[in-house]
Structures are given as C-alpha cells and as structure tokens.
Write a protein that binds this ligand. Sequence first.
Ligand SMILES: [Cu+2]
Length: 244
Amino acid sequence: MQGLRALALLIPTLFLTGCSKVSGLGFEEGVSSVNDESLTLWQGAWIAAGVVGVFTLILILWPAFFHRLKKDSPEFPKQTQYNIPIEIIYTIIPFLIVAVMFFYTAKKESVITAKSPNVMHQISVVGIQWSWQFGYPEAGDNVLVTGTPAKPPTLVVPLGERVRYTLTANDVIHGFWIPAFMIQMQALPGVTNHLEFTANKLGEFPGRCNMLCGRAHTQMIFKVKVVTPAEYQTYLQTLKGSTV
Ligand SMILES: [Cu+2]
C-alpha cells in the first residue's frame, strides 16, 4: 500500500506544478535568446513525460494490486488476445505523443537555427584536440584566442547584441556546448556550421565539449564571459594585433 500512498502524493504534486508557473527544471529564464525559445519546450517535455510516466505507473500497479491471484478462485484469469481496437489504440497514442513532440521541437529548432539580418558581431569557434580557439574578425583576421587543457580559454561576448558564430573543427568531431544557454552545436572537421544567439545576462558561464573526442576530452572546457557592449569594444581593442 506504500506504493499507492506515494502515487497519491505524486499526482497532486504533478497537477499543482502543471497549473502554477512551471519552474525552469534546472535552467534559468532569460539567460540567452536560445534559452528563451527552449525553456518552454524543455518544460513541456517534462510535463508530457510526467503524464506518460504516471499513466504507465497506474497501468502497472492496477493489475498488480487488484488482479492478484485470489486464494479462493485459483483458476487462470481471462486472457485477452488479438483485441484489434486495443492494439490500434496503443499504436496510435504513442504515435500522437511523438508527433506532437516532434512538431514543437521542429518549430523551436527552426527559430533557433534561423539566420537574422540583425547580427552585430561575428566570432569563429574551432574545436581542437583538446581545447578551443576563438577568433574575433572585428579585431583582425589573425586574432585568435587559443586555449589548452591546462589553460582553458574564455569566450567573451557582448550583452544584448546578436552574435553569429561559425563553428568548425581541426581534427575530430567536437561539440560546442554552453549548458546555461541551452545550446549545443557540433564542430565538424571540413564543415562550417552557423549558430546565432544573444547573451542576455551578465556573468560567467561554463562551456564544454560534449562529443567524446579523445583522451583529454574532459579537459576541453571553456568559460563564457558576458560583458557590456562597451567592455566588449575595449576587449576587441586589447586583442587587436595580438594573439592571446
Ligand atoms: Cu572535443
């Protein structure tokens, strides 16, 4: 009966969470333009998973508790096989769940990957075994900030200004991932990927490589530092003519 009691607690909790404003479930609101788009998708996916999970749990517990072998009637229970309506229903319901999630994911993805005419800055990102190289063409063609596993680099970005990133890799596949911004895109050798976003919160955020890329993959970290537009211009000035 403990299972039922836990279930009785879980269901109202889920409904209360669903009705009031859903928390970020590990993510903060308003950190970047990508995060503004992705957060509702993330919350929606959790609510959908919760509903499916509770429904499945009920379907498991219901026969376990209410259709147990009864001592006084030990005959084999009635078997239901080849029940076409039931089979159609349990084929259609998962299809509908996947279709709805696919629809919202594709919708958000097209917004997140769209190119905007209002891009104010360009930054190049190159994944290398095992660190990152950031290029700032506004400061000069050869201006590159190159990190090492021992000295991870910092990606400096301006607050509230849209930046277009070009992503590529020198050797193997890497994954450019900024967890707080809810964004990741692969950096592929021989391919240039494009990504745009606006950072909307001052501060420092951890960055990671999320494709297993070799021995020192776990050391392939970087830091994202969001600064004011004026500080960003000062940073570009300090980079001019220098290779950091
Ligand atoms: Cu990597």
